[in-house]
Write a protein that binds this ligand. Structure first.
Ligand SMILES: Cc1ncc(COP(=O)(O)O)c(C=O)c1O
Length: 367
């Protein structure tokens, strides 16, 4: 039986997550279903960004690198994002774009594999329908390092985890279909084959529960402007498992974008590069302070759900909304040539799209 509008209003009235709606600003009457592309403006963002511009920049000027903690923003915002994706403090860095962060972690994974000395392990596997920038970055690095990029269908990924696999590079939730991979299972399969994994969490962070450490994943990256509500062009994030940071340190391996913010002592201004220890060696240039400031307000909108059950509670609501949306589209749009490409099964479905209430969900449809 399909719910009536009255039923849905009654559900809204008892929704424990309803107070989170106040964290977002939307034009009156707008129902927004595109948070998978650009998240909604956090109500706190305009004043917080204005303060960063007027007081921190305008009055504090260069002193604000220390007095306003600009210099630690990538770690601070990174740690907040880390809480949403199962990272421990000190493992996540916010900054740069997803594409650039993917370049850094994929290059690091390639170096780690090469350092093992098995020249027959030279394949990067990804999904044919992965977001193009991921494939383009991988194509470029594969050319540079003499690796092969193999693109496969989602159901065939596990079968391609063989002895030649160097890196399994997947987007956890597919940007077109909303289909979600089993991160823990595929990571286990890739590890059993001797390979490393990279997970793009662009459509997962702030949208579905993720536990990178429990999954024993190797590297992860993701966008700040989608479900994290960081604003247009918001900085992205990057995570590396500490075991790889330790190996990189021990073997003197650097990720190739060895800029001064990833130096062990950037303000010594020495002519030689010496990578910082830990995740800081993945930093490159000067952090985008205003972008990180806006992003922090966005990440805070998701963290605000922690006392109300956190990502698990958001997930329950997201699934319920998507189920309802699918049912209503099937009921009301039948005969209009629409077919559903999003899986109906919860275990393999992400949270297609977002709305400020706090997570509406829209399955992807195609003609
Ligand atoms: C899975 C995925 N990765 C990466 C990106 C974009 O990367 P960038 O922020 O570098 O443009 C997108 C954009 O939609 C995406 O869906």
């Amino acid at each position: 039986m399909t719910l009536t509008r009255q039923d849905t209003l009654a559900l809204d009235a008892q929704d424990p997550l309803a107070p989170l709606r106040r964290q977002f600003r939307l034009p009156e009457g707008v129902i927004y279903l595109d948070g998978n592309s650009l998240g909604v403006l956090p109500a706190a963002a305009p004043a917080r960004v204005a303060a960063a511009v007027q007081q921190e920049w305008g009055e504090g000027l260069i002193r604000s690198w220390n007095s306003a903690d600009w210099v630690t923003l990538p770690r601070r915002v990174g740690d907040k994002i880390g809480r949403l994706v199962g990272a421990r403090p000190g493992e996540t860095l916010a900054g740069e774009s997803t594409s650039v962060n993917l370049y850094k972690v994929l290059a690091a994974a390639i170096l780690l594999i090469k350092q093992q000395g098995d020249a027959s392990r030279r394949v990067i596997v990804s999904e044919r329908s992965n977001f193009p920038t991921d494939l383009y970055i991988a194509e470029g690095l594969a050319r540079q390092h003499g690796f092969e990029l193999k693109l496969v269908e989602p159901d065939d990924v596990a079968a391609h985890c063989t002895a030649s696999l160097a890196v399994l590079m997947l987007t956890h939730v597919n940007y077109r279909t909303g289909r979600m991979h089993d991160m823990a299972a595929l990571t286990r399969t890739a590890h059993a084959a001797g390979a490393l994994t990279i997970w793009d969490l662009a459509h997962s962070a702030g949208a579905v529960p993720v536990d990178l450490n429990a999954a024993e994943a190797d590297f992860a990256i993701g966008c700040g402007y989608k479900y994290l509500n960081g604003g247009p062009g918001a900085p992205a994030f990057l995570w590396a498992h500490p075991r790889h940071l330790q190996t990189m340190e021990r073997e003197d391996l650097w990720q190739p974008l060895s800029g001064w913010f990833g130096h062990a002592a950037p303000f010594d201004f020495t002519p030689q590069y010496r990578p910082a220890s830990g995740i800081a060696r993945f930093a490159c240039g000067t952090p985008p302070v205003l972008g990180l400031t806006a992003l922090e307000t966005g990440v805070d909108t998701v963290l605000a759900a922690e006392p109300l059950g956190g990502m698990a509670a958001l997930r329950r609501k997201s699934l319920a909304l998507t189920d309802l949306f699918i049912a209503l589209v099937e009921q009301r749009c039948a005969g209009h040539g629409l077919s559903l490409v999003t899986p109906t099964e919860h275990a393999i479905r992400g949270s297609r799209s977002t709305s400020p209430a706090p997570r509406a969900a829209m399955p992807s449809c195609r003609h």
